[in-house]
Write a protein that binds this ligand. Sequence first.
Ligand code: OXD
Ligand code: MN
Length: 605
Amino acid sequence: MPVSPAPSKSARPAAPAVHATPVVNPSVRKWVDECVDLCKPDDIYYCNGSIEEREALFDQGVRDGVFIKLNQQKLPGCYLHRSNPNDVARSEHLTFICTPSQDMAGVTNNWIETKAGYAKLLPLFDGSMRGRTMYVIPFVMGPIGSPLAKVGVQLTDSLYVAVSMGLMTRMGDVAWRQLGQSDEFTRCLHSVLDVNPDRRYVCHFPLDNTIWSVGSGYGGNALLGKKCLALRIASFLGQQQGWMAEHMLLMGATAPGGEKTYVAAAFPSACGKTNFAMLIPPKKYRDQGWKITTVGDDIVWMWVDEKSGRVRAINPEAGYFGVVPGTNERTNPNAMAAMGHDAIYTNVALLPDGDVWWEGKTKAPPAECVDWTGQKWTPDSGRKAAHPNSRFTAPARNNPAIDPAWDDPNGVEVAAIVFGGRRSRTVPLVYQAFNWLHGVYLGATMGSETTAAATGAVGVVRRDPMAMLPFIGYNIRDYFVHWMRMRRRMTDCPRIFHVNWFRQDADGNYLWPGFGENMRVLKWIIDRSHGRAYAKETMLGWMPKAGDLDLEGLDISPAQIDALQSVDANEFKAEILSQEELFLKLAGDLPKEFVFQRELLIARL
Ligand code: OXD
Ligand code: MN
C-alpha cells in the first residue's frame, strides 16, 4: 500500500498524487475536489480501513516522528504519540456553532454567523496542506445498518488523526457501502496547520452538516466523528428528528438469574465514565453471578422504539479515547486490558524498556523515564511525568467486558439514566428523581468540578447540564424542552437517578470507595428501576434507607454512610443559588417547568 512521504517543503505538483481508488459517490467526489483545490495537498490518500493499511500508517508515522513504537513484547501493536504541549485538551473557548442567527446557538455556545464562519476559516485552509498528504477518511458512527447510523467523511492532514479515526469509528470501505450514492454525509474538514492556538477553531455548521476544524490535533478537537459529529451535530439532528445524542456511557448488568438491565450514565469529561462502564463487581457479587458489560463509555444515541414505546440506545463509537492517569489493574483492569495491545498512548511517560507509565499506574514511580514532553524525568523532578489529560485510544473489541449487543443495529433497551458530577461536598451519594420531569431538572441543574479534559482552571464547580454543556449543538433552551418532550413518545420511561462518587470529609478523604464498589449503588438503581427496592422520600428525591444499600463486606461505618447521604438544607440553598448562574443566563427562556421544580424543591427544603 503506498503511503505518503513525510511532509516536505517541496513545491506543490500540478496535480496531487492520488493513492488508492477514489470513491465513486458523485457528491463525495465533488466535495473532495473542492477541498483539494482549497487545501492544495501534495498527495491524497483514500483510507480503506484494512489492518494492513493501519500497520503501514503506523510504520510511516514512526518514520515521520509522529509515533514511537513501544515494547512489542509487552504492548503488541502499541505506539506512543506526543502532542504539541499547547494542544493537550479540548478548546471550548475556540469551539463555535455557526448558524444564521445567534438564537439557534443559544447562550451557552460560542457563535459565529454561518457566512462569517466560513469566511474566517477559508484563508486558514487555503494552501494548508501544501507539502502534506490529505487523508480521505470515510467512517460510520453507529452499528452498520442501524437506522440511526450516520456516515461522515473526514479530510485531514494528520496521520495521527487518520489512524485514530480507524480505531474510534467503523472506518473505511464499509462507510462507502453504507453511504451508497446518497449525499447525506457529514463533511468534516480538518488541518493541523501549524498547531497554533491563535489559529485554532473548531466550527460546526449544523445546517450544512459540516464541520471545519483547524489548528489542533487533539482528540476532541480533531477526531471529528466524536464530539463534533456524534454529539454537537447529532444533538441538533436528534432534536429535529425526535431522538437524542448524549454524553453518556452505556452498560449492561447481568443479574445472577440472567436478567439483563441496561443503564446509561452522564458524567462530565474525566469523571469516571470509562471506569463505571467497565466496572468489575466486588467478589461477593461475582460469586453470585453478577456481570457488567460495556456497550459504550462516552456517547449514546437514544430513541423511542415505536412498538414498545421504550427507550433504546446505541453507542455510535467503535473505540475508547480514555483518560489514563489513575488507571491501573485495581481501578480498571478492563481498561488496562483494552490498552494492552493495538492501542495509541498520547502524552504518557516512556520507560527505558519501551513500556509506558503515568501517575497512578503503579504505587511507586519509576526511578527514571522520559516525560510526556520528551524530557528526562525522575521522581524528584517536581512535575508530572504524564500529562493529567493523557489518553489511550483503543478499539472497543479490545475490552474483555464488551457487551454482546454493543454492535447490534437495534440497540439495547435502557432501564435507567444516571446523572452524576464530581462534587467534594453538598451532593449525596445517590438519590432517585420523583418522575421524568424532576429527573430532567436534576440533569439540567447538575454541577461538577472542572477537570483537565478541557483547557482552563481545574476544580471549579460549574453547571454542566446533562454533562452536555460543551456539546449541545443548538440552543440549550430547546435542548431542555426536547428532553421534556421525549417523554410523550414513551409508554414507560427509564427511571432517573443522581449519583456522586466524589464526596469528601472535612480532611479531604473520599467518603465512598468508588470503582468496583459502585456496584452496590448500581444494584439499588437496577432494583428501583424494576420497582422492587425500598427507598425513603426526602427533599431531594427517593433515597435508600439504612439497610437498602448492600454494604456487607465493605469497611465503611454507619456514620460514614450518614455523612455520604446527608443533605444540609443550608448548603443546599447555596447550591440552588449557584444553579441560578445558568438559569439567569437563560433568563426568559428558562422553561417554566424548571421554575416550578425549583419552587417545589425550595418548599421541600
Ligand atoms: C472526552 C471528553 O474526551 O469528554 O471524552 O473530553
Ligand atoms: Mn467525553
